[in-house]
Design a protein around this ligand. Structure first.
Ligand code: FAD
Length: 398
């Protein structure tokens, strides 16, 4: 019997497999993953794990015995090289495996700096996999100089870990401000202040000309001619969805493997979930890069493989830990035209699009996050003025 095959052994794959078994699927179930380790959570890679506060065994998503106990065949170190859609087989070099239904959960790969500007010098790292972080970990020694390229969440988290460990950190952002793509200026201001307080030097609106060094990186030359010394460099300039396999198989790809509202690709026997997949949203195709989305898409595919016919309804949430600050985000801020602030013990920034509350960033304010998430997911009508003036936010949920 062919059964279900999942390509990629990350967050989405682990959730999908668990949901399939929880829903009573008893057929053959195989996960093929190119990394040598069982599915693990990536968020701690730029937080607790990098800081040395979280042991390796806590990264794993499910104990290794879970797979055997649930009759899930987990094959690690198995890179799928092609999909033969006509024969319904996936190929791994010379080997191949049949499927009835196939799920692509291939994730995303970090963008790199071009070799022409020093992107392939030794000492230049990206942060995506356990292997990436294990390779850079020995560099994190007090007194050394780190240059981070890119002021998104991953770059900022790595900068925070390094500063905490006593390194001298400079972060370079080409856009006018950090978090330009993902957060309002109020959130960016709060996070910048936090980093500056901890000694991180943040250069915004500053383009990198090239990384310099003989074989190994020794500095970052900026467009204004300055050279910032660097013992090593972390590049956090975003990711690209892993679509090569899907593209080569002739599946529709549009900023990710294109799926319909039930998360089926352009081939009815093939599904996609997680960072690699783009799905229809109210403003066109969207692709989310978050744990919550990978879990929810994975579970939705599992149910639809078994015939549920469910439309995927994203409920976006995200978090970031930097120094002693926990940022929690609910909703999606795309298209916002107004931000309302609440500053108290923690702070929160509420995004409105016209009259509609669409997202909230809560900084050390779990209550604002929890209430904001419920207001957004419940589609509750609240005005900016109500958010601004409410003495008790909870009253707005009634
Ligand atoms: P992944 O977990 O990336 O899994 C994909 C797997 O597929 C990989 O192991 C890959 O090697 C494998 N694969 C690819 N191609 C093949 C092939 N051809 N054959 C076999 N295997 C293949 N999200 C949050 O919500 N909050 C956070 O704080 C947060 N922090 C993060 C910090 C870091 C450092 C990183 C890297 C990510 C972070 N994320 C965070 C994002 C989150 O981890 C991802 O959105 C999530 O892991 C996506 O799950 P996935 O299953 O789609 O992909």
């Amino acid at each position: 019997m062919s059964g279900i095959v999942i390509v990629g052994a990350g967050q989405a794959a682990a959730s999908m497999a668990a949901k399939l078994r929880a829903q009573g699927y008893v057929g053959s179930l195989t996960i093929l993953g190119e990394e040598p380790v069982a599915p693990y959570q990536r968020p701690p890679l730029s937080k607790g794990y990098l800081l040395g506060e979280m042991p390796l065994d806590r990264l794993t998503l499910r104990g290794a015995d879970w797979y055997a106990a649930n009759d899930v065949r987990l094959v690690m170190g198995a890179q799928v090289t092609a999909i033969d859609r006509a024969a319904k087989r996936v190929e791994m070099g010379d080997e191949s495996l049949p499927y009835d239904q196939l799920a692509l959960c291939t994730g995303a790969v970090p963008r790199r700096l071009p070799a022409a500007i020093g992107g392939d010098l030794a000492g230049v790292y990206t942060v995506r996999s356990l292997a990436d972080v294990d390779a850079m970990e020995p560099e994190f020694t007090a007194g050394r100089h780190l240059v981070v390229i890119g002021g998104g969440y991953i770059g900022l988290e790595a900068a925070a870990v390094a500063a905490k460990l006593g390194l001298t950190v400079t972060l370079i952002e080409a856009a006018p401000r950090i978090l330009g793509r993902v957060a309002c200026s109020e959130t960016a201001d709060a996070i910048r202040a936090l980093h500056v307080d901890h000694g991180v030097k943040i250069l915004e609106g500053m383009r990198l000309k090239r990384l310099v060094g003989e074989a190994r990186v020794s500095g970052a030359e900026l467009e204004d001619g300055r050279v910032i010394p660097a013992d090593f460099v972390i590049v956090g300039i975003g990711v690209a969805p892993s679509t090569a396999l899907a593209e080569a198989a002739g599946l529709r790809v549009e900023n990710g493997i294109a799926v319909d509202e039930q998360l089926r690709t352009s081939d009815p026997a093939i599904w996609a979930a997680g960072d690699c997949a783009s799905f229809p949203g109210p403003d066109g195709r969207m692709r989310l890069e978050s744990v919550g989305n990978a879990i929810d898409m994975g579970e939705c595919v599992a149910e639809n493989m078994l015939g549920a016919g469910k439309a995927y309804q994203p409920k976006p949430w995200f978090w970031s830990d930097q120094f002693d600050m926990k940022l929690q985000i609910a909703g999606l801020n795309a298209g916002y035209d107004r931000v309302v602030s609440r500053i108290g013990d923690g702070s929160s920034f509420w995004y409105f699009r016209g009259p509609r509350l669409i997202a909230v960033d809560a900084l050390n304010d779990p209550r604002a996050y929890m209430i904001g998430k419920r207001l957004i997911e419940g589609g509750k009508a609240v005005t900016p003025e109500e958010i601004e003036t409410a003495t008790d936010l909870k009253a707005l949920m009634k």
